[in-house]
Structures are given as structure tokens and as C-alpha cells.
Design a protein around this ligand. Structure first.
Ligand SMILES: Nc1ncnc2c1ncn2[C@@H]1O[C@H](COP(=O)(O)OP(=O)(O)OP(=O)(O)O)[C@@H](O)[C@H]1O
Length: 453
């Protein structure tokens, strides 16, 4: 049966073009130019995947993502964005988007991504296929991480992996799993940031038929799915406070209850968690339970960001080029000297995920043997230009600092205004700002905003 795809893009030409292309590629594709209509279509119809433009009038991509995720948590969503918005795209992934592509969208790239999102993950991967797709790099910092992986893998210790978004936390979790005695049992990855609060207990622990409205059948939760194997809780800092208690019990007593059922079920599962946030700081800010933090922090692994991994950047670039050549039937041989320089100068806030996306695009656009600067996104090329200019005009640096400060001041003002508008009700203010409460608490603390009526 044809897979159903919904395209949401207010650029009518691009939307129609993409829908047409997908239909030619045997997808059952529909399009809409409005985010609101898109949400309604998802509510009323079955779709296998949604492609959503980030900049939409009225409702933006972030709102559409959050609304769809709250209604259909498992529906994969790919965000289409201009490159300058890549930091936002990274945030969207943290909020549950499957991935992002930069505009103008390359047809082959989007098809590859759709297929990746739709393929059933767990059934296909084995320790052999994982190893084929895993490289480590030679930087001192990653070698230390790999040494820790080797030491901790055979134990049943709970591991906490900290690192920036896209730095490879899930890959390290899998490396631990596949090097452990549990390697032939399931590895189940759960994005805690993408589970709606009211569904978290049922998703993690399962439920029985009739436990709540909408519970029409018994459901097995992630803990039971991972029986004998490893449960990877990504973005664990986003787990609602009330669910943290139940998770703590599961870890301490190694038992769970399904929602609506008193029966105690024993679970033999190794837990690995990951977070982009510093969980220790979240504990200090009372946003994460201290007892749970200590339970999770059996063994901590800190992943370095890509910009601090020296020559690993080029090793990963070559690896991603090989993958892209196979996927797009191309024969790009490498990166030219000038482009390589740009790779080293760029800060890669989206880390390996961003590098892979940049390479995919560059391979697709390359007509030459080597990747040259002109097939790289503006952000990477201009980054170097800006640096050059700064070297000559030190005053520019001051302006940059001022601009940064201005952004922070504006952010503080926007938050303060929202708090006033919400009469200092933080949940309401968070809604107005379209951020979660924890982020708001952190910002209030960061800017030292006083909460006095
Ligand atoms: N060791 C590795 N070898 C090969 N590719 C990797 C490796 N680590 C990461 N990648 C690539 O980078 C992408 C992002 O990695 P991963 O999902 O593990 O990051 P993450 O830190 O868990 O991201 P997030 O913060 O969004 O949860 C992967 O999809 C994969 O393509």
C-alpha cells in the first residue's frame, strides 16, 4: 500500500512541486498551504509522515509540530527550513521532529529521509549492521569516551550520556548495548521530549484496556518492549516531574505496574539515559528529582562537541560522503582544501547530524570530484567571511558583542512582558511564549527576572 505523506508549505509553487514529485515516486501525497489546515487534516485522516515548512504565516512550524505531536505522538515529522534557521531546526528535533532538511529541498534528499523515517528500526538493526555504520574517530577526547564505553558495557550499570544535540549520544548508547551481554535482546530508544505529559506513564509502562478514555486495548510499554535488553531514555530531563517518581521506582525495585493495573511486573532492563542539559544543574533548579538523578548517574559519559574533535570532522565528512554516494548514486571523492578549511572554522552547533545533512546536500549538488565551497550553505561560507572581516576590523567584534547583548536584552524583555501578561502565572507565560515550563524557569533564573506582582 502506498505510504501517505502530507506536505505543509505556504509557498504554493514549492508545495505543489513536492506533492507532484512524491506522487511520481509512488507516495500517496497531499498538500496544504496552511498550518492550521494541516493540523485538521492530520486529525481527521491517517498519514504516515508529515513534511512541514518552518516559516508559516499564522502558525509556525514549531506550533504545528507541537500540536501534531500532542495528538499523534508517533507520527514522524520532517521540518523544511532555510539554512539560517538551523539552530531552530535543532531545537525542533529536541521537541520531537524526526529530522530537518534545508530549503530549497532536493527531491532525492527528501525521499531518502522519508524512507529512513518510515523503515521499521528495531527489526532491521543487528550488532553487525550497527558496527558497519559506526565510526569513532581518533581525537583524544573520543578515545577516552570509547575506553569508558568498553569498561562500562559488560556491567549492568546505569549510564548517563551528556552531550550537545546531534553529538552522537544515541550512537554511544547503542555502542554500549552491542558490546554488552544484552546485544541480542532489544535496544529500545525513547525520546522523552516527544512524549506528551498525559501519555508518559502509559508509553513507558503500558496500560490495560479501559484504564482511561481511549485505552481500547492492552498496551505494552517501552519497559516491557526492552525486556532483557537496553532501554535508552533520550532527553530524560524533559520527563515530567510526576513521571520521574514512577521511573525511580522502576529503577530501584526493578518492577513496574501498567496504568490501571495493580499487578506487579518484574523487568530486567538496563537503563541508559541522555540529556543535552546539565542534569546536575536541573537538580539545583528543582526541575529534576535529585534521587532519580543519582540513580541515573551510575556512570557518566560526556560526549565532546564536534568542533572540539579536531581531525575527526574530516573522518566523519568522508564517512558521510561514502554513505551519500551510495544513497544518491554519485561518486564524490572528498572535500577540497578550501572547503576543508571552512569545515574546521565552523562551529557545528547541530554536531554530527548537521555535518551529515550538509554533506548529503553537498554531494547532491556537486558536479565535480571534490566538494567545493560553493555547494556549502551560506552559513558555513559566510562564517569564514565574517571571521576574516573581524580580523581586520576589531570594531566589528564589538558590534557583534553588542548584537548578542541586544538579543539577550530583547529575550529578557519578551519573557518579562509575557509574565506580566500572564499575571505572573508561569504556566500561562510559558504557553504565551510557546516554550515549556522548565525552559521558562531556566530563563527566569538566567536573567534574574524577579517574580513580584
Ligand atoms: N559514531 C558515529 N558514527 C557514525 N555516525 C554517527 C555517529 N554518531 C552519530 N552519528 C550520526 O549523527 C546522527 C546524530 O547522532 P545521534 O542521534 O546519536 O545524536 P544525539 O546526540 O543522540 O542527538 P539528540 O541530541 O538529537 O538526541 C546520527 O543519525 C548518525 O547519522
Amino acid at each position: 500500500m502506498k505510504k501517505k505523506v502530507l506536505v505543509i508549505d505556504d509557498d504554493t509553487f514549492m508545495c505543489d512541486l513536492l506533492v507532484n514529485h512524491l506522487q511520481q515516486k509512488e507516495f500517496d501525497a497531499k498538500g496544504t498551504y496552511s498550518g492550521k489546515t494541516g493540523i485538521k487534516m492530520v486529525e481527521k485522516n491517517h498519514f504516515d509522515i508529515v513534511l512541514c515548512d518552518f516559516r508559516l504565516p499564522g502558525t509556525d512550524g514549531y506550533e504545528v509540530l507541537q500540536t501534531i505531536k500532542s495528538k499523534k505522538p508517533l507520527l514522524p515529522i520532517i521540518i523544511m527550513t532555510a539554512y539560517a534557521e538551523v539552530k531552530m531546526a535543532v531545537k525542533l528535533i529536541k521537541s520531537g521532529a524526526f529530522d530537518y532538511v534545508t530549503k530549497p529541498v532536493q527531491p532525492e534528499e527528501i525521499i531518502k529521509l522519508i524512507n529512513k523515517a518510515l523503515e521499521p528500526k528495531q527489526e532491521r538493526e543487528t550488532s553487525t549492521t550497527f558496527r558497519e555504520n559506526f565510526i569513532t574517530g581518533n581525537s583524544h577526547s573520543i578515545q577516552k569516551v570509547m575506553q569508558h564505553v568498553k569498561v562500562v558495557a559488560p556491567t549492568d550499570l546505569t549510564v548517563l550520556i551528556e552531550g550537545e544535540t546531534g553529538s552522537g549520544k544515541e550512537y554511544i548508547a547503542k555502542a554500549i548495548h552491542y558490546a554488552s551481554k544484552r546485544k541480542d535482546k532489544p535496544f529500545v530508544a525513547v525520546d522523552c521530549g516527544a512524549i506528551p505529559r498525559e501519555l508518559a506513564n502509559s508509553e513507558l509502562f503500558g496500560h490495560i484496556k479501559g484504564a482511561f478514555t481511549g485505552a481500547i486495548n492492552d498496551k505494552i510499554g517501552y519497559f516491557e518492549q526492552a525486556k532483557g535488553g537496553t532501554l535508552f531514555l533520550d532527553e530524560v530531563g524533559n520527563l515530567p516531574y510526576e513521571n520521574q517518581v514512577k521511573l525511580l521506582r522502576a529503577l530501584q525495585e526493578r518492577v513496574i505496574n501498567k496504568v490501571g493495573d495493580n499487578k506487579v511486573i518484574k523487568v530486567d532492563v538496563r537503563i541508559i539515559t541522555a540529556s543535552n542539559d546539565d542534569l546536575g544543574k536541573m537538580v539545583e533548579a528543582n526541575n529534576f528529582r535529585e534521587d532519580l538523578f543519582h540513580r541515573l548517574n551510575g556512570f557518566k559519559i560526556s560526549l565532546p562537541p564536534l568542533r572540539d574533535r579536531g581531525e575527526d570532522i574530516m573522518e566523519f565528512a568522508r564517512f558521510f560522503i561514502d554513505k551519500a554516494n551510495v544513497a544518491f548514486n554519485k561518486s564524490v571523492k572528498g572535500v577540497d582544501e578550501e572547503a576543508e578549511k571552512l569545515f574546521y572554522e565552523y562551529s557545528w552547533h547541530g554536531n554530527l547530524r548537521e555535518l551529515e545533512n550538509v554533506i548529503n546536500r553537498a554531494v547532491l549538488l556537486s558536479n565535480e570530484e571534490l566538494i567545493v565551497p560553493k555547494v556549502l550553505p551560506d552559513e558555513i561560507r559566510l562564517n569564514s567571511l565574517n571571521k576574516e572581516t573581524n580580523r581586520f576590523k576589531s570594531s566589528n567584534r564589538e558590534e557583534f558583542t553588542q548584537l548578542k547583548e541586544a538579543t539577550l536584552v530583547t529575550e529578557k524583555e519578551v519573557i518579562t512582558n509575557a509574565l506580566i501578561e500572564a499575571n505572573y502565572n508561569k504556566s500561562k507565560a510559558a504557553k504565551i511564549l510557546n516554550i515549556d515550563r522548565k525552559t521558562l524557569y531556566n530563563k527566569i533564573k538566567q536573567y534574574g527576572i524577579e517574580i513580584t506582582k
